[in-house]
Ligand binder design. Structure first.
Ligand SMILES: CC(C)(COP(=O)(O)OP(=O)(O)OC[C@H]1O[C@@H](n2cnc3c(N)ncnc32)[C@H](O)[C@@H]1OP(=O)(O)O)[C@@H](O)C(=O)NCCC(=O)NCCS
Length: 147
């Protein structure tokens, strides 16, 4: 099997990345759409990484907002796990975030998947206690009366 390389994703990868996320078994959110991924590529062209071994076998969003480095959507093809691909993606994401000045890196992950927690612990990340995430979904377009 081909050794994967990690590279920056482009618009040509959008369908493969969405298919990977579905296959990886994560819970899709409102941004898991072609438009959502396109918006990410337009806003932060370096943020979405893919691992490619003739096809896309892994992904990671390594986002920098000037304050924190944040990881999202770490996913590896179920048939290619425990081959170091997640680690390869994370190392490249960390390298890029360090380059732009990030010193605090965070990853939000599903709580009930032992493999995911084991991965992040093995990579040297500590679980933070006493924090909760509050979320709200905004409509795609402002309502007419607010324009
Ligand atoms: C978490 C995940 C990305 C790990 O990717 P991976 O390529 O298999 O990880 P690696 O091979 O780099 O593993 C590195 C280390 O993490 C730990 N680890 C990874 N998977 C593990 C598992 N299932 N159980 C225990 N430890 C694990 C191990 O210490 C491993 O090192 P080792 O194989 O030498 O023991 C992968 O399991 C995954 O995609 N899970 C689903 C994630 C998901 O749902 N994401 C949302 C999708 S949108």
């Amino acid at each position: 099997m081909a050794e994967p390389i990690v590279r920056t994703a482009t618009a040509r990868d959008i369908d493969s990345v969405l298919a990977l996320w579905r296959a990886a078994g994560g819970t899709a959110t409102v941004t898991d759409t072609p438009n959502g991924v396109k918006r990410l590529l337009d806003t932060a062209p370096e943020a979405l990484l893919v691992a490619e071994a003739s096809v896309v076998v892994g992904s990671l969003i390594a986002a920098w907002d000037g304050w924190r480095g944040s990881f999202y959507r770490l996913a590896v093809d179920p048939d290619r796990r425990r081959q170091g691909i997640g680690s390869l993606l994370l190392r490249e994401g960390e390298r890029r975030l360090r380059t732009v000045g990030a010193v605090r890196l965070t990853a939000i992950l599903v709580d009930d998947d032992p493999a995911v927690s084991a991965f992040w612990r093995a990579a040297g990340y500590e679980r933070q206690a006493n924090r909760a995430r509050f979320i709200r979904h905004l409509p795609e377009e402002p309502a007419a009366h607010l324009r």
